[in-house]
Design a binder for this molecule. Structure first.
Ligand code: F1P
Length: 338
């Protein structure tokens, strides 16, 4: 978890060294949409990546779980559009994502791009273009640094294609800011992780932050098996809010662009007796139980990976407090095969 900023530096170097080549690929293909896909954590990368990609490139971009690509292709592909399919996978060997790429290529439905940490994998072999993150080698079953690095690679691509120097400049600052964030939040995560008062964790996030909220939720679920779920903050009020009680901890991944709406949701969370933790930038105007300031000074779409170290460390320390081994999540293997 703590070595992530150093790996982000290498991901930035890798992506920028490929800038001319990927620009040429996209220019030659003239895609009309980009679909990001993956499984589990890598699907959550896809959700956050698609949001940044569409905003920055202007190309329609969205995400689907990899199984939808080959089991439900009619609802994924429109024959009228030229598509780039981006498969995200740490291992590059998860059956669903490999089949998704195979299916799209065999049926000439898309040009296939891969983002993976394993250059010698089925996904890397089958894709037309590959972003290799071979400097990110994780041995753990639960993914941490692979998530942030795959997301950062996709965000860099989203900045490179339109030549958005302001966005690329923000992304280049992430390693340094990340080191500061980790140094400041680790002891907080440890203390909060030891708090035994909560048996139900709810993660809230909107837009790209929805993918990140899901990833925070999944880390806690995989490592601790505690009950955890994710909602869009405003959707949360349309029913799910009825579950709130003093056993719930609600973790909001704040986006500055929707701040007044978020404040109302947090007020509701506290009104109904639950605990509200908010993480983000410039949190001074929230009335909540815990604030985790990222202090990044970055825009909502650039700040993304900075939320993760705290969420990962929180899950890690909660796991240790429960007497469980965070490297041995129940019922889960490193690579899920069909
Ligand atoms: C995807 C995944 C992870 C999960 C576990 C098993 O792997 O399902 O989301 O946490 O590690 O694999 P991959 O396709 O990214 O290798």
């Amino acid at each position: 978890i703590k070595r992530q900023p150093e790996t982000w530096r290498q991901t930035i170097g890798m992506a920028l060294s490929r800038a001319d080549e990927v620009k040429q690929t996209f220019a030659a293909l003239q895609p009309e949409e980009v679909i990001f896909t993956g499984c589990g954590t890598s699907y959550y990368v896809s959700i956050a990546a698609a949001a940044a990609f569409q905003e920055k490139t202007g190309l329609p971009a969205w995400s689907v779980p990899a199984s939808e690509v080959f089991l439900n292709p009619g609802s994924v592909f429109s024959k009228k559009r030229k598509t780039i399919l981006v498969g995200c996978s740490r291992s590059g060997n998860t059956t669903e994502v490999v089949r998704a790429i195979e299916f799209a290529r065999q049926n000439k439905l898309a040009h296939c791009f891969a983002i993976t940490t394993r250059p010698s994998s089925q996904l890397a072999d089958k894709a037309d273009t590959v972003f290799h993150l071979s400097h990110v080698q994780e041995n753990s079953v639960v993914m941490t640094g692979s998530f942030t690095n795959m997301l950062l690679a996709a965000q860099l691509l989203a900045g490179i294609l339109p030549g958005d120097e302001a966005y690329l400049g923000e992304l280049k600052r992430l390693p340094e800011i990340g080191e500061d964030v980790i140094a400041r939040v680790e002891s907080l995560a440890k203390d909060i992780g030891k708090d035994r008062n909560f048996s139900h964790y709810i993660y809230l996030g909107m837009g790209a932050q929805f993918g990140l909220a899901n990833e925070g939720m999944l880390k806690l679920k995989e490592m601790t098996q505690l009950f955890s779920e994710t909602f869009n903050p405003l959707e949360f009020r349309h029913g799910p809010i009825s579950v709130l009680d003093e056993k719930c901890r609600v973790i909001l991944l704040s986006s500055q662009s929707i701040r007044p709406y978020e404040r109302d949701v947090v007020d509701d969370v506290r009104k109904f007796g639950a605990n509200a933790l908010v993480i983000g930038d410039r949190l001074e105007d929230f009335q909540c139980d815990i604030k985790i300031e990222l202090n990044s000074g970055l825009t909502d779409l650039a700040r993304g990976v900075l939320y993760l170290p705290f969420l990962q460390l929180l899950a890690y320390y909660r796991t240790l407090d429960l007497g469980l081994n965070p490297d041995r999540p129940r019922n889960l293997d490193k690579v899920v095969l069909l």
